[in-house]
Design a protein around this ligand. Structure first.
Ligand SMILES: Nc1ncnc2c1ncn2[C@@H]1O[C@H](COP(=O)(O)OS(=O)(=O)O)[C@@H](OP(=O)(O)O)[C@H]1O
Ligand SMILES: [Mg+2]
Ligand SMILES: [Mg+2]
Ligand SMILES: [Mg+2]
Length: 319
């Protein structure tokens, strides 16, 4: 099977990161503020450290484009947070030094290349802080295409009482999911359409990450009457891939028309949905191009669907 080593390493690494995130969340972490005013926690740093360590060992030549870097954490001001990151990472990597742990985080400062990984160590940090949904999202991009994607959603329960679901996809080989404590992967498929009005839709929790008014107008135009589920992070892609929702809408925010999506916020989710039989595009039907830049410069809005209703949504958007 193609990319088998990449798939296994990515799964092990993101599961270790998920374990760290769950540990941090038991202790109710405070958030630090980044220069763009968005939150980051010791779990974001710890998760990035663990995933980058594993990838660096298995694939030393692959750059990693990660969301976080250790600059703030190295400053005297964040001494206490740094110590916490070190202590949580050492619960999993017992012999790691502080220098190693910070250097692993900074492995995520790689550049887009013909083959590279993109990592969101915690997607949905606000959800993580609220005790809601979040995801550890990792994808391999090669020759202009996402080839492997893994998302661990430690607070998402789809199969059993076990909270925690892992999604994984390899290009051309379908998508799978498993309950994280069970360890057995099962194929997943998007849902069909019997009655459009009853289709389930997922949207962001944070109103500013989309355009709730426009999204509601669009749903009215398509004829969907079921109230949307609001969920943080790429878990939204997971529920579409697993057939629990038919549509994920993310129209450009009216307050921030200049905002461009980051590749790590979509790459893993996109391949998981596509390989489950769904479709991912921008609001004009254009595919998302993860191979050029850290930002999806040409992408306006993101539409994720079971495939069947995609054109109907794009048509309604045109109108
Ligand atoms: N204005 C704007 N528009 C679109 N997207 C934005 C915007 N601001 C931030 N972000 C990114 O949203 C990521 C979380 O997305 P979600 O859809 O999960 O939002 S939410 O969790 O429901 O708030 C979040 O990812 P994380 O930083 O990893 O949490 C951000 O990268
Ligand atoms: Mg963030
Ligand atoms: Mg994110
Ligand atoms: Mg993040």
């Amino acid at each position: 099977m193609a990319y088998e080593q990449e798939k296994q390493v990515a799964m092990q690494a993101t599961l270790a990161a998920a374990k760290l995130c769950q540990r941090v969340r038991q202790d109710i972490p405070p958030a630090m503020e980044k220069s763009d005013k968005s939150p980051v926690t010791v779990a974001d740093y710890g998760a990035q450290s663990l995933v980058c360590k594993a990838l660096g060992e298995a694939f030393p030549n692959d750059p990693i484009v990660g969301e976080e870097d250790a600059t703030a954490l190295r400053s005297p001001e964040y001494e206490a947070s740094r110590q916490k990151v070190v202590s949580y990472v050492r619960e999993i990597e017992a012999n790691a030094s502080e220098t190693e742990i910070l250097n692993w985080i900074d492995r995520g400062n790689g550049q887009v290349a013909p083959r590279f990984w993109t990592l969101d160590p915690i997607d949905g940090t606000k959800g993580f802080l609220r005790q809601d949904q979040y995801a550890i999202a990792l994808a391999l991009i090669e020759d202009g295409e996402v080839k492997v994607g893994v998302m661990v959603c430690p607070a998402l329960s789809l199969t059993s009482d076990d909270p925690g679901t892992l999604f994984v996809a390899v290009r051309g080989e379908g998508s799978q999911m498993m309950a994280i404590t069970e360890g057995e992967l099962k194929p997943i498929r998007v849902c069909g359409v019997e009655d459009v009005s009853k289709l389930r839709v997922v949207e962001s929790v944070e109103a500013s990450h989309g355009n709730p008014e426009q999204q509601q107008k669009l749903l009215d135009a398509v004829g969907i009457t079921t109230p949307s589920l609001h969920m943080d992070s790429q878990a939204k892609y997971g529920v579409v891939a697993a057939g629990d929702a038919a549509l994920y809408l993310r129209l450009p925010s009216a307050d921030r028309p200049d905002y461009r999506e980051n590749i790590w916020d979509h790459a893993a989710g996109a391949i998981v949905v596509e390989e489950a039989g769904g479709r991912v595009s921008d609001m004009y039907g254009q595919p998302l191009d993860f191979s050029r830049d850290v930002k999806l410069r040409e992408t306006r809005g993101v539409i994720v669907s079971n495939g069947i209703i995609h054109d109907r949504v794009l048509e309604a958007l045109k109108r």
